[in-house]
Every structure is written in structure tokens, then in C-alpha cells.
Design a protein around this ligand. Structure first.
Ligand code: ATP
Ligand code: MG
Length: 450
């Protein structure tokens, strides 16, 4: 009877992150978290599923995301309309209002996690992708805008990424955008034959977004369109100039891009993007902006906000191309054993070695069997471990273990017999006291409990 099953594969546009790439992801996440921490930002985790209405309100109805990219579904148990989050700001702002977090002073927050958008999958554009983001809630001045931008710069530096440039703009406030919008609509109406179908559809709903078009046939038209920057009032200009002053004083390079707008309705004043040419068409690795009017629309008291989100896949690709290589994860010790009694002892010793803070891989049986001594030693070599700890019948009989250094040049000669009860001390001494200079781990936190 043949019961060959059809293979199930991952959903289109949703990727597995395999162990080979995991060290790079860990390097990114650890570096980003420590940079955020060094600026006083605290972690927040919100649910991946939210009420559909949250996103329509936070992102705006006439946006790519809400119009056509959301994974929305009806909860079959109770009929609720739910959506897999397409971005992080909506959930964070909901949580801030729901828990009255902004009432006892401003908050610096960061988050990371998967986001979902039903887009056409291509290089750098997926249906599940990961973002790392920050939100600063309750700060109104340009200083926090500069801080967010500068912590991004620090992250690129720490990751060894140097081909990312900053584009900056101010989109003013609602009233300034209203005046610009009227002129913009009149301008586009006068050139209606150049607009594509999407632009025509957006002309009255969200004309600002037309400036964002990727259609080459419309580039000349949008380049010559009325510039929002020319409509900024005194306060918006002062905010923008204040930001540029701080950036200049701290040697942050940027170009002002008057066409840079955020597709989202509730953004105001500062908008910025970090862009690279090294990734092809999807070159924006981080996008951010101020959203002062948003929190009020959630029923909170008026509270300013600003944040950014980074696309982690794009940054990982950039790290592969030009960043610091990540250390493959390796263990300290591989336990080799022969015979039932030795296996029992190996378990006990492996736990003790882990108690002392070291990483141990214990050889375990496979369908091919427990494995000969020779094949286990091969596995030990391949594991990248610094030491093999060997327990055979002789060692069990003598109350000893054999410990073999695997990474010394003269590894063949480096095998010692140590009393079973002294094995932990011996390994800690060898590994922690620097006999193993090229070892990738940080053993600062090793605690040895005798
Ligand atoms: P675009 O105009 O390219 O669609 P966006 O305005 O939709 O970008 P944001 O919502 O600002 O993008 O998201 C912030 C960052 O998240 C982007 O700059 C990018 O790095 C990343 N990102 C957005 N969508 C995707 C996706 N589908 N796949 C991978 N990364 C993404
Ligand atoms: Mg998009």
C-alpha cells in the first residue's frame, strides 16, 4: 500500500529562518536591543491579532495597507472581525491608551516581531516579514526626532553597515497639508492625462500619496508638483529647522527630499527614511515619522508621538553583503559515550557542566543506533565544540573521563584523563581562563557551583 503524502510547503511570501541564518538574526536583534537600551527605550509586546477596526483607524482607510494588503478574517467562534497586524504602531498606541501609559510622563518604547501584508512577493518584499521598531510617546520637540534618527545611525555603525543614507522631510500639520492639498489637486487636475488609474482614484482621497508613485511615466509630473515644504507655517518650520540643527551639530548627513511622504493619514511634521542602493528596488530599510494627532483619535488625551520601523529581512540581506560576519553558534562540550552505564553518567555530568554555565551537546541515539565511538567523535569535531568529553567502559570502571581538546593545533596530542568529579572544574578552567582564545561565546556570566 503506497501512502506517499503530498508535501506541504510554506505559504507564498512567508519564509523560514533556518539555523544557518540564525546567528545573523541574533546579531541584529542583540545589537538593536542594546542600542535601544542605551537610549533608555523599554520593550513592549502586543498581540499579533487585533480588531480590524484598529488598523483602519490608525493607518487610514485610503492607504495601500488598509485598501488591499491586510490579512483579515472572521473569527468563526464569535464572528469578530480580526486582522493579522500589518505594522506595529497601531498596537503600541492602542496599548499605551488602554493602559494609561502616557499619563505619568512620556514613554520610550521598542518592539519587534512579524508583520503581515498581502503584497506581491519579490526580493525584499514578503507577506510575513519582521520589523524592529521604536515609538516615543509624549515628546513634542525636535530633540526626540533627532534622538530616534541618531540611534538608527548608531545601529548601522555597530552592525558595520555604511551604505545607508538618510532622507528627511517635513509634512507640516493638517491645516498646512490642506492648503497644499488644494493646490496639488488643482495641479494634478490640470495634468489629468498624465495620471495613471491608481493616481486618478487617489486624486481626491489621498493626493499626497500620488507623490509617492513608482510609475516612471509620472516622475516628471510629481517632481514639478507643488512642494509641501513651501506651505509650512512658522511652528512647523521651526520644528524642522530645530531638527536639522541637532543633526548638523552631530554630524548626521541627510538630504531633504520634498517628495518623501508617509502613506499614513496621521503622520505630521517630521518624516524620514533610511535608504540603501545595495538591495535593488526595495532599498528602504527603515521608515519613520511623527504622528501627533493619532493618540487623540484613540480616545487618549492629546499626546504627541513619533516612531520608526525597520525591515529586518532587508537589513539581514545588507549585513550578508557588507556587515560583520556573525559567529556561528558553537557549543563548549560534546559528550561522547559508549554503553548504558556510561550514558547514564554522561547525562549526570552534562547537567553539572551546564550548571557551571557551559553549553553541552550530549550525543543521542538516532534510528541508525547509538553510534560507534568513531562516528561520535566525528560528530564532536563537526559540532564546533572546544572539548569532547569521553565516557567509555574503562572510564566508568575507573571513575574518570577522557577530555580531548578539539580546536588546538595539536589536538591529537591534547587528551587528558581526569577524575569524574573533577571534570567540571577542569573544563571551566580550560574554557573560561582563556585557553581557548578563538572561542565565540561570551563567558562573562559563567557561574560555577561546586
Ligand atoms: P513601501 O512603500 O516599500 O511599500 P511601506 O511604506 O509600506 O514601504 P512601512 O510601512 O513604512 O513600509 O514599513 C517600514 C519598513 O518595513 C519598510 O521600510 C521596509 O524596510 C519594511 N517592509 C515594509 N513592507 C515590507 C514587506 N512586505 N516585506 C519586507 N519588508 C517590508
Ligand atoms: Mg507598502
Amino acid at each position: 500500500m503506497s501512502d506517499k503524502k503530498e508535501k506541504i510547503v510554506a505559504i507564498k511570501g512567508m519564509n523560514d529562518i533556518l539555523p544557518a541564518d540564525a546567528p545573523l538574526w541574533e546579531l541584529f536583534e542583540n545589537t538593536a536591543e542594546s542600542v535601544l537600551k542605551s537610549y533608555g527605550y523599554q520593550k513592549i509586546v502586543t498581540p499579533i491579532v487585533e480588531e480590524t477596526g484598529l488598523f483602519a483607524r490608525a493607518i487610514g482607510a485610503v492607504t495601500d495597507i488598509v485598501e488591499k494588503e491586510m490579512y483579515s478574517f472572521t473569527d468563526s467562534m464569535n464572528g469578530d472581525q480580526l486582522t493579522l497586524r500589518p505594522e506595529g504602531t497601531a498596537g503600541v498606541v492602542r496599548a499605551v491608551v488602554e493602559h494609561n501609559m502616557a499619563y505619568d510622563g512620556p514613554k520610550r518604547l521598542w518592539y519587534k516581531g512579524p508583520m503581515f501584508r498581502h503584497e506581491r512577493p519579490q526580493r525584499g518584499r514578503y507577506r510575513q516579514f519582521f520589523q524592529f521598531g521604536a515609538e516615543a510617546i509624549g515628546f513634542s520637540g525636535p530633540d526626540i526626532d533627532a534622538e530616534l534618527i541618531m540611534l538608527c545611525r548608531r545601529l548601522w555603525d555597530d552592525l558595520g553597515l555604511d551604505e545607508i543614507r538618510l532622507e528627511l522631510n517635513s509634512i507640516g500639520n493638517a491645516e498646512e497639508r490642506q492648503r497644499h492639498r488644494a493646490d496639488l489637486i488643482a495641479y494634478f487636475e490640470a495634468n489629468i492625462d498624465v495620471l495613471d488609474a491608481e493616481a486618478k482614484r487617489r486624486l481626491h482621497a489621498n493626493p499626497l500619496r500620488i507623490l509617492d508613485t513608482k510609475n516612471p511615466a509620472m516622475q516628471d509630473l510629481v517632481n514639478a508638483a507643488p512642494k509641501l515644504l513651501d506651505y509650512l507655517g512658522e511652528e512647523s518650520l521651526a520644528h524642522f529647522n530645530g531638527l536639522k540643527q541637532i543633526l548638523d551639530a552631530n554630524n548626521v548627513q541627510y538630504t531633504v527630499n520634498p517628495r518623501l511622504v508617509r502613506g499614513l493619514d496621521y503622520y505630521n511634521r517630521t518624516v524620514f527614511e533610511w535608504v540603501t542602493d545595495a538591495l535593488g528596488a526595495q532599498g528602504t530599510v527603515c521608515a519613520g515619522g511623527r504622528y501627533d494627532p493619532l493618540i487623540e483619535t484613540f480616545g487618549g488625551k492629546p499626546t504627541p508621538g513619533i516612531g520608526f520601523a525597520m525591515g529586518i529581512e532587508r537589513l539581514i540581506e545588507l549585513m550578508k553583503a557588507q556587515g560583520e560576519p556573525a559567529e556561528p553558534s558553537q557549543c563548549d562540550v560534546y559528550m561522547v559515550h559508549q554503553g548504558d552505564e556510561a550514558r547514564m553518567k554522561a547525562f549526570i555530568l552534562a547537567e553539572r557542566i551546564r550548571d557551571a554555565g557551559l553549553d553541552v551537546v550530549l550525543h543521542c541515539a538516532t534510528p541508525a543506533g547509538a553510534g560507534s565511538f568513531k562516528s561520535q567523535m566525528k560528530k564532536a569535531d563537526g559540532s564546533g565544540a572546544a572539548f569532547a568529553v569521553i565516557l567509555g567502559e574503562d572510564e566508568v570502571a575507573n571513575g574518570t573521563v577522557a577530555i580531548k581538546a578539539l580546536r588546538e593545533a595539536d589536538a591529537a596530542a591534547q587528551q587528558n584523563t581526569v577524575a569524574f568529579d573533577e571534570a567540571v572544574d577542569y573544563l571551566v578552567d580550560q574554557i573560561v581562563s582563556g585557553h581557548d582564545h578563538d572561542h565565540g561565546h561570551d563567558h562573562e556570566h559563567v557561574h560555577y557551583h561546586p
